[in-house]
Design a binder for this molecule. Structure first.
Ligand SMILES: Cc1cc2nc3c(=O)[nH]c(=O)nc-3n(C[C@H](O)[C@H](O)[C@H](O)COP(=O)(O)O)c2cc1C
Length: 213
């Protein structure tokens, strides 16, 4: 299986993968672990540290994101659990500058949508081949797309990047701009932050958790 079949054109691996049969997701895992010793130094592999440090950013340095980091952010999305493993979502990697500018407008004029890396996560309930009513398949697809974006967001943090989750979108306009019939669920905007911010406060866990005995 060639990597071109699984990932869009241009996503080349640094270390070529041997295409062994019966090895599940070999390419996916290769991408997740594909980095040089030097690149490894900029990685945070402690998941709890990554979760604790993640902070939304709305001011990005215009410097482009390295391809190896983009590959990992996309591969991370593909590791997320999905309903029945049917992967009821699609990702649109928007490189086109005019489209990015249009997406700003479709997202209630939020200027930071025009960021170095723009990923639109869409629901695709038609992929979910489970024998349930379409309302349930749509519920699954939105959860699939949301989880995938969330995995990408954590991966971005682990890679020393920052992001902003954009939920305030006009779905029809976004779909028109990225030329799809699918319904978008969120836009993830990623880049290098211009300043480092400490995490926002949260309520106490005792208020959040309802223990039922
Ligand atoms: C479902 C959802 C929708 C969001 N929509 C937007 C949005 O449209 N614009 C924006 O600036 N931030 C948006 N955010 C980001 C939140 O404002 C941010 O995550 C929240 O303030 C907590 O800050 P933190 O991410 O730094 O912890 C959204 C986040 C989520 C999870």
């Amino acid at each position: 299986m060639s990597s071109e079949k699984l990932y869009p054109k241009g996503y080349q691996l640094i270390h070529p993968v041997s295409e062994k049969k019966n090895v599940r997701n070999e390419l996916l895992h290769a991408i997740l672990s594909d980095h040089t010793k030097e690149q490894e130094e900029s990685l945070d592999t402690d998941i709890f540290d990554v979760m604790g440090r993640r902070r939304s950013t709305r001011k990005f340095d215009p410097k482009p994101i390295e391809e190896w980091k983009i590959k990992k952010i996309l591969a991370a999305a593909d590791t997320a659990p999905t309903a029945g493993n049917f992967q009821g979502f699609e990702i649109f990697h928007v490189k086109n500058q005019k489209m990015k500018e249009k997406l700003v407008k479709a997202a209630n004029n939020q200027p930071y949508v025009n960021s170095p890396l723009v990923l639109v996560y869409c629901k695709n309930p038609s992929r979910v081949k489970l024998d349930f009513p379409i309302t349930m398949l749509k519920k699954f697809a939105i959860q699939d797309a949301t989880l995938a974006a969330s995995y990408s967001q954590l991966a971005a943090t682990a890679l020393g990047l920052s992001s902003i989750w954009i939920g305030m979108i006009n779905e029809k306009k976004v779909a028109q701009i990225i030329k799809t019939k699918l319904i978008p669920s969120s836009i993830l905007c990623i880049g290098y932050p211009t300043e480092k911010k400490i995490p926002k406060s949260r309520r106490n866990l005792s208020e959040l958790i309802h223990v039922l005995e």
